[in-house]
Design a protein around this ligand. Structure first.
Ligand code: ADP
Ligand code: TRP
Length: 327
């Protein structure tokens, strides 16, 4: 089974991104084939500053490697190092109705917000479909917001295969993460746009301060408390082992425990996982040649797969002289 996903380089990762997306990507690296790329072509629809795009791209690579992506198991590469995807996106655009792209939720949301769309924004799903189809990916782990794009990819594979009477493009399936919504320090969904994040790679001191600021009610220490409605407990549930979670639930209900103690434990659990990752990230950031090497070696392997599929695509639609003797 081939797993593939793309990650837009969009700045600092937070705990919601990790538990909602990155963790699953890293776990899936044990499948037969796992490909993850940094979607820098897609980012050009929003980031149009060369130095910034380079920095954000490198940040994703550092984040994934520090968090446990093993380059021996999974390919991690820049989308633009396989330029064949733009060729496939063009070919897909010729078999796809404009109406399909106009119906994309993410496109409609952005235009509804008053963003004047570029052609790139409108064609975003075509490039995403090309990303997936060019590696004959079986499974695409994504968040809920991306499922429609995968369904559009399935449609586009069908349009191409029908139009050219072939089975060249394989139908992918989305894989949704079961992880619940991670709450931010104010109790709303953790998101960059709400300014309520617990960032993965801040200093230990800053992170602890951030966790200590998680919003709680004002039940006195001695009184019983409700784990179900507490933001700190929600974080404990996401980070601690089940036995420990059950113990904390008892302690909440019994009373005699302050929220500060529970927050302290969240900070400890966070440090257990992300302290070592922070160190690995610092080491990698001081050795960018190695990081570049990992990205370019993976890109060469990914590109070889893509070129194989493109050979079949070009032949199926008549862009090359046929090797099947139908001249
Ligand atoms: P943000 O809302 O901070 O801008 P993104 O939309 O860039 O985050 O999300 C990137 C990935 O992280 C998506 O797959 C999304 O499902 C996941 N994710 C983001 N925030 C959360 C959260 N609070 N809980 C669970 N998953 C999240
Ligand atoms: N659109 C995805 C996002 O914003 C990123 C992405 C680009 C992607 N190409 C992809 C995800 C292909 C999965 C497969 O998160």
């Amino acid at each position: 089974m081939r797993v593939l996903s793309g990650v837009q380089p969009s700045g600092k990762l937070h705990l919601g991104n990790y538990l909602g997306a990155v963790k699953q990507h890293i776990e899936l690296q044990d499948e037969d084939s796992a490909l993850y790329f940094i979607a820098n072509y897609h980012s050009l629809t929003t980031v149009q500053d060369a130095a910034l795009l380079r920095q954000l791209t490198l940040d994703v690579a550092l984040d994934y490697l520090a968090l446990g992506l093993d380059p021996e198991k999974a390919l991690l590469f820049r989308q633009s190092d396989v330029p064949e995807v733009t060729e496939l996106a063009w070919i897909l655009s010729t078999v796809t109705g404009k109406g399909l792209l106009e119906r994309a939720h993410s496109y409609k949301d952005k235009t509804a917000k008053g963003i004047t769309p570029s052609m790139g924004l409108m064609c975003y799903p075509l490039l995403m479909a090309a990303d997936i189809l060019i590696y004959r990916s079986d499974v695409v782990p994504v968040g809920k917001d991306q499922v429609q794009h995968i369904e559009m990819t399935q449609d586009m594979a069908g349009y191409f295969n029908n139009k050219f009477d072939c089975e060249v493009l394989a139908r992918p399936e989305p894989k949704l993460n079961e992880a619940q919504i991670v709450p931010g320090v104010d109790g709303q969904k953790m998101s960059k746009s709400y300014g309520n994040t617990i960032d993965l790679f801040d200093t230990q001191k800053k992170t602890r301060k951030c966790i200590m600021s998680v919003k709680t009610d004002s039940t006195p220490v001695d009184d019983p408390k409700s784990p179900e409605t507490c933001n700190v407990f929600a974080l404990l549930k996401l980070m601690a082992e089940q036995d420990e979670v059950a113990e904390w639930a008892n302690r909440y209900r019994q009373g005699g425990m302050g929220y500060g103690e529970a927050k302290g434990r969240v900070a400890e659990l966070f440090e257990d996982v992300f302290g070592p990752a922070r160190e690995r990230r610092e080491k990698l950031a001081a050795d960018l040649d190695t990081v570049e090497d990992i990205l370019s070696t993976a890109a060469a392997k990914a590109r070889a797969i893509a070129q194989g599929v493109m050979h079949d695509v070009r032949e199926a639609c008549g862009l090359t002289v046929s090797t099947k003797g139908d001249r």
